[in-house]
Design a protein around this ligand. Structure first.
Ligand SMILES: Nc1ncnc2c1ncn2[C@@H]1O[C@H](COP(=O)(O)OP(=O)(O)OP(=O)(O)O)[C@@H](O)[C@H]1O
Length: 240
């Protein structure tokens, strides 16, 4: 059973408006895949389907080998999600936020503490665990959300515009951390963004445009000699 993510022939409509049309891609276990698309491309709609906020009868989604329509609980249990809008409790500390999430997943005691400590280490925020979220900068808040998404040991991690609103240094630190999760822990990552500078040549790149997959391959091979920004602009006609 693959620990990766598979999207096959997925179509979704809002009434008469087709937001996704026969979208297919397959992310191998341990790969970092960037889902790049201009505003309105369909990224949020795809995230909604991957996380089962909505469903579609057209197409198939598999998370770590589990069909999300037939076995939603098994599929969602293998998935970690960082949504675009922050969802941490500002008045709790980092550790309390993670502890609450662990409890929601039925984890407690030494097991919960072990998972929390490992996630805090992974995101290099262990020394801040006792600080209230309200007092953290934007980068550390995002890292806390990523740490929280790892507590239940998912094999697939979805991040929807995870660096929105952050400065360049924080964006770099977060993309580095998430790449390490792939390389060192074998996590499969789908990283939705509209920022070309977050994508590396060795990353898998899926370009979504007007609800369709416009390009899919290794970023370096797709862009060739052109900067990714120019390739993306030419391919989509949209500014990156
Ligand atoms: N509730 C809705 N009803 C009708 N059309 C919608 C609805 N939500 C989104 N759409 C349309 O579906 C298409 C895809 O939207 P979606 O929000 O998934 O794109 P996106 O790539 O996430 O863009 P953004 O980065 O701006 O959120 C767009 O054309 C959008 O206008």
């Amino acid at each position: 059973m693959s620990e990766g993510l598979r999207v096959a022939d997925v179509t979704f409509r809002y009434g008469a408006k087709t937001a996704l049309e026969e979208v297919s891609f397959d992310i191998a276990p341990g790969r970092f895949a960037a889902l790049l698309g201009p505003n309105g491309a369909g990224k949020s709609t795809l995230f909604g389907l991957l996380t089962r906020l909505f469903t579609t009868a057209e197409g198939r989604i598999e998370v770590a080998g589990h069909d999300i329509a037939r076995a939603p609980r098994a599929a969602l249990a293998r998935m970690g999600v960082v949504f675009q809008s922050p969802t941490l409790d500002q008045d709790l500390t980092i550790r309390q936020n993670l502890g609450y999430f662990a409890a929601l997943h039925g984890l407690s005691g030494a097991e919960a503490r072990g998972r929390i400590d490992a996630a805090l280490d992974r995101l290099a925020i262990a020394e801040r665990a006792g600080e209230r979220v309200r007092d953290l900068n934007g980068g550390h808040k995002r890292r806390t959300e990523i740490a929280r998404a790892l507590i239940h040991a998912p094999s697939v991690l979805l991040l929807d515009e995870a660096t929105v609103g952050l400065d360049a240094a924080s964006r770099q630190a977060i993309t580095d951390h998430v790449h390490r999760l792939c390389a060192e822990d074998g996590l499969t990552v789908l990283w939705a963004t509209h920022l070309t500078d977050e994508v590396r040549d060795s990353d898998r790149l899926v370009v979504l445009h007007r609800g369709r997959v416009l390009a899919d391959g290794e970023c370096g091979a797709l862009r060739g000699d052109a900067p990714l920004k120019d390739y993306f602009l030419t391919a989509t006609g949209a500014p990156a």
